[in-house]
Design a protein around this ligand. Structure first.
Ligand code: CP
Ligand code: NVA
Length: 308
């Protein structure tokens, strides 16, 4: 079953093919009005369940719109409204949903929930973010980098801040697409060592550098994310802010990167916390392209999962 669960468990050639398709899908629309259908209704007569156990703006809207533009239909379901949130097992939920819909996209907490759902579903499952990963986001990020700067292979990405779920998927992508990644942040918030090991095993240079200004040298892409993720307890907020303050992406830090460096953030951002307004809205920022490319990248992921 072609599930799209994580970047390190999906074949690298398949990931590259998905990005090629995403580019083709985007250019085929060639500025078509937002609501207009795609010329190829690849998801005609298909029903997609979009299950959210956490809030979402981009993932929800881009998947919903993407399915509709490809001629399919969606059901957007919140975890608390389903029996899943009231004691029905994940396995039983997977079996039942598989009788009704052609594909399940889920945003959940524990990555184990995603894997259990995929194990018992008889339709493809897509990971729309877990506490540990966010693969759809990074497909859009790689697409965005390559649109602006050409192949990402051999380039240097610097992640500044919390070594969180999005950072882990960036490390997986480093291994799969052949780029280097330097993490700069406090030791207490280092990235998942398994993700670091995956990237290194695949030949990427992964460095952990505590000094953010040293880390930035030669950076082609600077990335950050919120200091308090949806799965983090609000009680850790103050401690996290204290630990992460030195890693704010601001003009001084961007000046230490390559002059050609791009800035990305998966959003939602907390302006003037992990990144300043001047960087978010500055000339190196490609955050709105990054957000838009969720749509195109995910359409290609949906098509790959469904073989259409
Ligand atoms: N980047 C991202 O996944 O955004 P949402 O939480 O709004 O879906
Ligand atoms: N790290 C963030 C990403 C949100 C898209 C979170 O998990 O809340």
């Amino acid at each position: 079953m072609p599930h799209f669960l994580d970047l390190h468990t999906t074949d690298a050639d398949a990931l590259r093919a998905i990005l090629d398709k995403a580019r083709a899908i985007k250019s085929a629309r060639d500025g078509a009005p937002r609501a207009a259908p795609d010329s190829d209704p690849a998801l005609k007569d298909r029903m997609v369940a979009l299950v959210f156990e956490k809030p979402s703006t981009r993932t929800r809207i881009s998947f919903d719109l993407g399915v509709r533009q490809m001629g399919g239909q969606t059901m957007v379901l919140s975890g608390s409204e389903l029996q899943l949130g009231h004691g029905e097992t994940i396995a039983d939920t997977a079996r039942v949903l598989s009788r009704f819909v052609d594909l399940i996209m889920i945003r959940t907490f524990d990555e184990a929930v995603l894997h259990e759902l995929a194990e018992h579903a008889t339709v493809p499952v897509i990971n729309g973010l877990t506490n540990e990963s966010h693969p759809c986001q990074i497909m859009a990020d790689v697409m965005t980098f390559e649109e602006h700067r050409g192949p990402i292979a051999g380039r240097k990405v610097v992640w500044s801040g919390d070594g969180n779920n999005v950072c882990a998927s960036f490390l997986h992508a480093a291994g799969q697409f052949g780029f280097d990644l330097t993490f700069t942040g406090p030791e207490a918030l280092d990235p998942d060592p398994k993700a670091v090991a995956f990237a290194r095993d695949r030949g990427s240079r992964v460095e952990i550098e505590r000094d953010p200004f040293v880390a930035m040298r030669g950076a082609d892409l600077v990335v950050t994310d919120t200091w308090v993720s949806m799965h983090d307890s609000q009680s850790t907020r103050e401690r996290r802010h204290t630990l992460l303050r030195a890693y704010q992406v601001n003009d001084a830090l961007m000046a230490a990167a390559s002059p050609e460096a791009l800035f990305m953030h998966c959003l939602p951002a907390h302006r003037e916390e992990e990144v300043t307004n001047s960087v978010m809205d500055g000339p190196q920022s490609v955050i709105w392209d990054e957000a838009e490319n969720r749509l195109h990248a995910q359409k290609a992921i949906l098509r790959w999962c469904l073989g259409v």
